[in-house]
Ligand binder design. Structure first.
Ligand code: GRF
Length: 213
């Protein structure tokens, strides 16, 4: 999709705790003009996160806010919210952010916080989803991009992509193949959320059909 000067550019913040490959996939898609957005802040609870370094190298604004520096979760979240507000954030993309956000945090960005999880939710929420999938013996897994609510990995589903689980798979091998799908799924989800009218009915996210040119 090409952008024109009339296209509103959405201000995204990315929250991450680790390597940041999903952040990089989002940034690449934005640079490619896949959806009209700008990453205005990359924030991490881990100062040593590789994703923060990658963001700095791209010249993006970064902030590190370790949880241990704050007396309580509420104080930590208040600091994060202040940084988001300072960057005039409109949407928040969680990309390997290892903290569950409180209901009051989520209420600051209603249906404007998105997460990616390496399983076909509602199966295998929480940590080590790929190992959970292998241990359970599922034949197909994948990834889910969803809107964030006050639960863990529980909000309305935006995009899912599947990956076949091979008998010989280790958790690491499955994670690697799922990650490739994640890098497609997250930009696809953001592109749809920001470019097409949508609504949530119950748990279901409905997108308006694309207009024919
Ligand atoms: C991804 O598998 C994502 O689904 C999960 O955490 C991992 C983050 O990877 N929430 P990366 O930091 O984006 O490379």
């Amino acid at each position: 999709m090409s952008q024109t000067s009339a296209t509103p550019v959405t201000r995204l913040a990315v929250l991450l705790s680790g390597r940041g490959s999903n952040f990089m996939a989002l940034q690449a898609a934005i640079e490619n003009g896949d959806f009209p957005a700008q990453i205005v802040l990359v924030l991490s609870d881990r100062p040593g996160a590789a994703g923060l370094d990658a963001a700095r190298q791209l010249g993006l604004t970064t902030v590190a806010l370790p949880r241990r520096d704050e007396p309580s979760r509420r104080d930590h979240e208040a600091k994060i919210l202040a940084a988001l507000a300072e960057a005039r954030t409109e949407w928040v993309c969680l990309a390997g952010f290892m903290r569950v956000l409180s209901a009051s945090f989520v209420a600051h960005y209603p249906r404007r916080i998105v997460n990616i999880h390496p399983s076909l939710l509602p199966a295998f929420p929480g940590l080590e989803a790929q190992a959970q999938a292998i241990e359970h013996g599922v034949k197909v897994s994948g990834c889910t991009v969803h809107l964030v609510d006050a639960g863990m990995d529980s909000g309305p589903i935006v995009v899912q992509r599947t990956v076949v689980v091979e008998d010989s798979d280790t958790a690491a091998e499955l994670a690697e193949r799922i990650l490739e799908e994640e890098h497609q799924a997250y930009p696809e989800a953001m592109s749809r959320l920001l470019s097409v009218p949508w609504r949530v009915v119950g748990r279901r996210v409905f997108f308006a059909p694309k207009k024919k040119l």
